[in-house]
Structures are given as structure tokens and as C-alpha cells.
Design a protein around this ligand. Sequence first.
Ligand SMILES: [Zn+2]
Ligand SMILES: [Zn+2]
Length: 170
Amino acid sequence: MAADPADLLRQHGIQVTAQRIAVLRAVSAQPHVTADGVAEAVRGEIGAISLQSVYDALSLLATEGLIRRIQPAGSPARFEDRVGDNHHHLICRICGRVVDVDCAVGSAPCLAASSDEGYEIDEAEVAYWGRCPDCVARRPARSRSNPRPRSHALKTSRSHRRAVSLRPKR
Ligand SMILES: [Zn+2]
Ligand SMILES: [Zn+2]
């Protein structure tokens, strides 16, 4: 995030508080961070903050479009400050690592559904599930048997899950 967090809050008409600035900084410093991770970072910066206050701040910032919330299946919600480009994510089933990936087809990809059924679509959430390079290197031979509860989603290591989420237009 290039802009000053306080300026960003003001630009969005949000009252500037030390907690909100710290939360925004934490998300900015650690893309795809969980609320717990944010709480930890904020406590390191400004001292005590309740988890509820962290949730409140995250929720406000997401609603106002300063941060984006993603929730991979089986994972707590994660937050990032890369917003507006509707990029996709690669998610490791083993260690949970999440990385950004641009869509191959454009800057606001996949918003042209094959059939929109009359919905006004503003977001397409695509998650590519598999194993990250570190986890592949650690357990190269492993394939079929996956004891983890998310195994129902495992078809191949490159299984591609796609979900389109529809949000009310702001
Ligand atoms: Zn991994
Ligand atoms: Zn991302």
C-alpha cells in the first residue's frame, strides 16, 4: 500500500483511529493474514486490542473497500489490501499458504458468467487448490490418500475449484 493509512481512511470517510491504522498496516504488511494474525501484529504495534475490535475494524475496512476478505474452504477468513483487480489465489492444501495469481483472461476476470441468470455480477472468486512447491518438495510421492477433512475437494493435485460469490452492490 503506497498511500498513508490515515489518508486512505479519510478518503473513504472513515474516522481515523490508532486501531484502524494499525489494522490496515498489519493487513498491508502481511497479505492474506488472518484476524488472529492481525491481532498479533496490532498488539505488537499499539498494545492491547480485543479480537472483537480487530474483527470490527476488518469488517469496516472490507465493507468500505480498503481491504478484501477471502475465505478459502476450511480456512479462517484472510485479508489483503490488494483490492479492485479481482485477482485469484493459489492455496496449498498442506500448509495453507496463499499466493496471488492474476487471471489469464484480464484485469477483472471471470465476471462474464456463461449464464448470469439475471444477476448483476460484481465479483468472481477463484481458488486453485493444490500443494505449494515447498510441500511438493517435502512429500514428493504423496498423492491419492489425503486424510485431511478437506479431502472431499481433492480430485487431482491441480483440482480447480471455482465459486462465484454475489454481493449486493454498494
Ligand atoms: Zn504448502
Ligand atoms: Zn490475494
